[in-house]
Design a protein around this ligand. Structure first.
Ligand code: GDP
Length: 424
């Protein structure tokens, strides 16, 4: 059976924690898209970790972690991440890397920086991890699959072609130092030696696992609104963030996906540019940012302060629908305990009309939030294990949002730890 953990919104919903928790009953955890541009923060008995490439299941010794073919694989970052968790006392995780995954090259990272510099004020707010240039090359069919590292003849010839092509841009568009084929080849040899112990045909491995009735967990990065097709294009990421894409990015039959747990945070946050209808500013935002998540809402990869906002029912209803949600995990509810009243965005006003359907980007830019204010519960709900034990106003908040988004909230997360969870 295959399950997915994905985000309904702009990312940072707490997917890492939910995956870490659900991994207790899983055999295999697969990353299927994205790269080291976003992070998951996980807190467990080994400590606190910010993972960028490793699946959130690496802390268990009964699980196998897979970097699927859909991932933008940054080899040095993956290896450093493995070393860093082992140094902190985590048993060496069992990791497999798809032979069809493509490699983030050093020049992808440079091009990401150069392009953001060139765009100046019009930049995307990229994390400059090379993700957009990486996926551009993948779809332009000039990327490098992991398996190519093991074909020396091919590599020798391909690095020359790559440098010829990239150097045109480096010289004439960006006015930056040129690439040298022999240096690129040397880097690829280093990458080959680093990754060799992990490489295999992961789709065949997963197929066999399915035949043995193993449980596979697909772990998404970012959320629906960052999907290149269904999100807030062009302020999106470069690979699909949707659960069905998990089957492609992992290489498994789509009909095996039986459960989609969509993670929604009890308020909103976003990083990077783009429309954010329920955004708040000033002291109100600062306070939520400071109290948010576990130690504040700052990017796990970049440390950038996240943009903050109230819960957005319009975006979340759409976010859940596009994921094919079977369950909603509603997270970080404990953080809202300080508020007397909690505004929630229940509609968008666009050109004088109110809608609850998430619009295309050009209309989204004009949307103004329609807010409804719910009473707060004014107490600390961390440690509570049963839904009935939550304060009445907290339950009302959860039930109001469940009705607005139209998908069942079956898990309520009231703290960063693995056990801070209430099942309904
Ligand atoms: P992800 O990228 O979706 O995994 O989300 P992040 O890791 O960026 O953000 C989630 C942050 O919130 C992390 O610091 C988690 O430890 C923390 N977190 C997750 N669930 C809860 C929760 O229910 N309550 C609190 N207080 N923090 C949480």
């Amino acid at each position: 059976m295959v399950k997915a953990v994905v985000g309904a919104n702009w990312g940072d919903e707490g997917k890492g924690k939910i995956t870490d928790m659900m991994a207790a009953d899983a055999d295999i955890i697969v990353r299927f898209q994205g790269g080291a541009n976003a992070g998951h923060t996980i807190k467990n008995h080994y400590g606190k970790f910010a993972l960028h490439t490793l699946p959130s299941g690496v802390f268990y010794d009964h699980t196998t972690s897979i970097i699927g073919n859909g991932v933008a694989l940054n080899i040095p970052i993956l290896i450093n991440e493995i070393n860093s968790i082992v140094e902190k006392g985590v048993p060496a995780p069992k990791i497999l890397v798809s032979d069809r995954a493509q490699i983030v090259m050093p020049y992808h990272i440079l091009f990401d920086q150069y392009e953001e510099e060139r765009l100046g004020k019009a930049s995307f707010g990229s994390t400059k991890s090379g993700i957009a240039p990486f996926y551009s090359d993948k779809y332009a069919k000039v990327g490098y699959q992991v398996q190519e590292l093991f074909d020396e003849e091919l590599l020798k010839e391909k690095v020359v072609r790559t440098c010829d092509q990239k150097n045109v841009l480096l010289e004439h568009l960006y006015h930056k130092p040129l690439l040298k084929p022999e240096e690129l080849l040397e880097t690829l040899h280093e990458y080959r030696d680093m990754i060799a112990p992990y490489v295999c045909d992961t789709s065949a491995f997963l197929w066999n696992a399915l035949k043995e009735n193993k449980t596979i967990l697909l772990e998404g990065q970012l959320g629906t609104l960052k999907d290149p097709d269904h999100g807030i294009y062009p302020m999106v990421t470069s690979s699909s963030t949707l659960a069905p894409y998990g089957c492609i990015g992992a290489g498994i039959p789509a009909q095996e996906l039986k459960q989609v747990v969509t993670v929604c945070k009890a308020y909103s946050s976003a990083v990077g540019a783009g429309a954010f209808v329920s955004e708040i500013f000033g002291d109100e935002a600062d306070e939520l940012r400071r109290r948010g998540g576990d130690g504040g809402e700052f990017g796990a990869t970049t440390g950038r302060p996240r943009r903050m906002g109230w819960f957005d029912c319009v975006a979340s209803k759409y976010g859940c629908r596009m994921q094919g949600t079977t369950d909603v995990a509603f997270t970080v509810v404990d953080v809202l305990g300080y508020l007397d009243e909690i505004p929630v965005c229940v509609g968008y006003e666009i050109d004088g009309e109110v809608t609850t359907d998430f619009p295309v980007t050009s209309k989204l830019e004009k949307a103004k939030p329609v807010l409804k204010t719910l009473p707060g519960w004014k107490c600390d709900i961390s440690g509570i294990k049963k839904y009935e034990d939550l304060p009445e106003n907290c339950r009302k908040y959860i039930e109001f949002i469940e009705k607005e988004i139209g998908f069942p909230i079956t898990m309520v997360s009231n703290g960063p730890g693995r056990d801070d969870i209430i099942y309904r």
